[in-house]
Design a protein around this ligand. Structure first.
Ligand code: GTP
Ligand code: MG
Length: 192
């Protein structure tokens, strides 16, 4: 996959606007502020193709990126408390509406912050992916924020809490690039 070809395709505020899945798709999902947009930038080796913010709720639409014939989908984050009920509803509708469509889900990258316990919404998302039998990996994010032994501890804890296999989990950092090559290998395996 030639990531140098990465370009922004389009932004959609409603599910009805989404174009037909013409190509393999890789989607990223996870709580607000977990690092979805940062991870995509790192996978693309681009500094700011995907807009990042320290304020949660930055990605409020479904954004499509096109990379060497593969479509990457940056979804809005879930679980962000500080938006209106109506906006929360709209984001939830975007996320569930996306997954309810008949699309080519080659890989879903489910992001979970490595520092915390699994949250209910994370359990809901992983449970949904398992039930729907969608191919997914769990990317534990922000690994640079804790030391190696704490990382190993959290990998064990989160693997158990989320009910996934160790092989489905990749430890990542968008700050240092840790785990990004591993993630790229999984993307290639799922799409090529
Ligand atoms: P929403 O679009 O609001 O759902 O957020 P997001 O999941 O796209 O998160 P985003 O990539 O915008 O990152 C949120 C904040 O976390 C930003 O301040 C990033 O710089 C920071 N961040 C993301 N990934 C990492 C990481 O691996 N390490 C560190 N230290 N900070 C990170
Ligand atoms: Mg984002």
């Amino acid at each position: 996959i030639n990531y140098q070809t990465a370009r922004f395709e389009a932004s959609y505020g409603t599910v009805a606007q989404l174009p037909e899945p013409a190509t393999p798709e890789v989607a990223v999902t996870g709580r607000s502020n977990v690092g979805k947009s940062s991870l995509l930038n790192r996978v693309f080796s681009r500094k700011d193709l995907v807009k990042v913010s320290s304020t949660p709720g930055k990605t409020a639409n479904i954004n499509f990126f096109s990379v060497d014939g593969i479509r990457f989908v940056d979804l809005p984050g879930y679980g962000f408390a500080k938006v209106s009920k109506a906006e929360k509803r709209r984001w939830a509708d975007l996320i569930s509406g996306y997954f309810d469509q008949e699309r080519s889900f080659n890989l879903v990258i489910a992001l979970v912050d490595i520092r915390h316990e699994a949250q209910q919404l994370d359990l809901d998302m992983i449970g949904f992916l398992q039930q729907s039998e969608l191919p997914f990996v769990v990317a534990l994010t922000k690994a640079d924020k804790i030391g190696r032994s704490k990382q190993n501890q959290q990998v064990a804890t989160l693997t158990r809490q989320l009910g996934v296999e160790r092989e489905q989990v990749v430890v990542t950092s968008s700050a240092t690039g840790e785990g990004i090559d591993g993630l790229r290998r999984r993307i290639a395996a799922a799409c090529l």
